[in-house]
Write a protein of this length. Structure first.
Length: 315
C-alpha cells in the first residue's frame, strides 16, 4: 500500500534536480542525531511585507492603470503589507478582510488611506458570515436600490490559520480555508484578473499541490508563478505564493471550484492506493508533474531557495 502523495513525490525526484536536492537536505535533517531545533521566526511587520512584495511581486503585476484605478480584495490582510503595497505604493483601491483583534486576529496596520481602502472583519471558519462580508453589496450608479457585487483586478487568498490564530478560532483544515476563499474569488475576480494564493511543499499533500498548479495553469493566459514568502529564507518555511495572471473569463467558475474540492478532499481512500493502482496511475501522474515543471514558473527556484535556507540551519 502506498499513496498518491508518495507517487508524485517519487516522480518529482526523478524529474526535478532542484526538488531532488531539497528532498536530500530534508532527509539529512530527519537523520540528524541531535534534537530538532525549530527555526526562529519573528512575525513580519506590514513594512517588511511591503519590501518583500516590491522584490518578488512587483515584476509580476500588470501595468498601472490610473483611470479607473485597479482594484483588489485582500483576504487575510493583516498585518496589512499587501494592502499597503497595492494602495499606497501603486495607487490601487480595494477591500481588506481580516480577523478582528478581539477574535484573536493579527493587528492591522493603519498605514493606508481610508479613501482608497475599506477594511472589514470576518472569521473564515464561519463560512456564511465570511461570504456575506466578502461579497459586499453596493448600489449601481444611477440605479438606486439595485445591489451588485463588485469585481476586483486582483484577489489574494491569503488566509492561513496558524498555531497562534488557531487558539482563538475553530481549527479547520487548510483545504477548507482555501476552498472557502476560492469560492468567494470565483464570483468576484474580474475577467483577466490576477489570483494570488498560498500553498506549501508538505509531503502529505504533494499530489494535491502539483495537480492544483497544473489546473491553475489551465485557466491563466498570463502564466503561473511561484514566489517565496517573507519567511522562506529567514525561517525555512515551506509555504509559497502562487500568482496566476490574466485569468481567462469564465474559467474560474463553479466547475473549477468543484474540481478543486475533489482534488483536496480528505477522503482517506483517495490518498491510499495499492501497488497495482500506483502502477496504473504512474503514467498520468508523470505527465502532470512534467506539465507542472514546464508551465509553472519559479517552482524549481523556490526549491533551491528553501534548500539553501535549510542548509544554513537555525540562526
Amino acid at each position: 500500500m502506498t499513496s498518491l502523495a508518495e507517487l508524485y513525490h517519487v516522480i518529482l525526484l526523478e524529474l526535478s534536480q532542484s526538488y531532488r536536492k531539497l528532498a536530500a537536505v530534508k532527509a539529512e535533517g530527519w537523520k540528524a542525531a541531535g534534537p530538532y531545533v525549530p527555526r526562529p521566526q519573528q512575525r513580519g511587520t506590514a513594512e517588511d511585507y511591503c519590501r518583500h512584495y516590491t522584490a518578488v511581486l512587483q515584476p509580476l503585476l500588470p501595468p498601472r492603470r490610473v483611470t479607473p484605478p485597479q482594484t483588489f480584495l485582500d483576504l487575510g490582510a493583516a498585518p496589512g503589507g499587501l494592502t499597503i503595497f497595492l494602495s499606497r505604493d501603486h495607487g490601487w483601491k480595494g477591500t481588506a478582510i481580516t480577523l478582528g483583534e478581539p477574535e484573536g486576529g493579527i493587528p492591522m496596520s493603519k498605514d493606508y488611506d481610508p479613501a482608497q481602502v475599506t477594511v472589514r472583519f470576518a472569521d473564515v471558519t464561519k463560512v456564511d458570515e465570511f461570504m456575506k462580508v466578502g461579497v459586499i453589496p453596493r448600489e449601481k450608479e444611477g440605479e438606486s436600490g439595485t445591489p451588485f457585487s463588485p469585481t476586483y483586478d486582483l484577489i489574494n487568498l491569503g488566509i492561513v490559520i496558524d498555531a497562534v490564530v488557531g487558539r482563538f478560532v475553530e481549527r479547520t483544515s487548510f483545504s477548507a480555508t482555501f476552498l472557502t476563499q476560492l469560492t468567494l474569488a470565483s464570483t468576484m475576480l474580474a475577467p483577466g484578473g490576477t489570483l494570488m494564493l498560498v500553498l506549501g511543499l508538505t509531503f502529505a499533500t504533494t499530489d494535491c499541490v502539483i495537480v492544483t498548479l497544473v489546473r491553475l495553469a489551465s485557466i491563466a493566459a498570463g502564466g503561473v508563478y511561484v514566489i517565496p514568502t517573507l519567511y522562506t529564507k529567514s525561517s525555512a518555511r515551506k509555504q509559497f505564493y502562487v500568482v496566476v495572471n490574466d485569468v481567462l473569463e469564465g474559467r474560474l467558475d463553479d466547475a473549477f471550484v468543484t474540481d478543486m474540492r475533489s482534488v483536496w478532499r480528505s477522503d482517506s481512500t483517495k490518498k491510499r492506493i495499492t501497488v497495482e493502482q500506483a502502477a496504473a496511475e504512474d503514467g498520468r501522474a508523470r505527465q502532470v508533474c512534467a506539465e507542472m515543471l514546464r508551465k509553472v514558473h519559479g517552482f524549481e527556484a523556490f526549491c533551491g531557495i528553501l534548500r539553501e535556507a535549510l542548509e544554513r540551519g537555525p540562526s
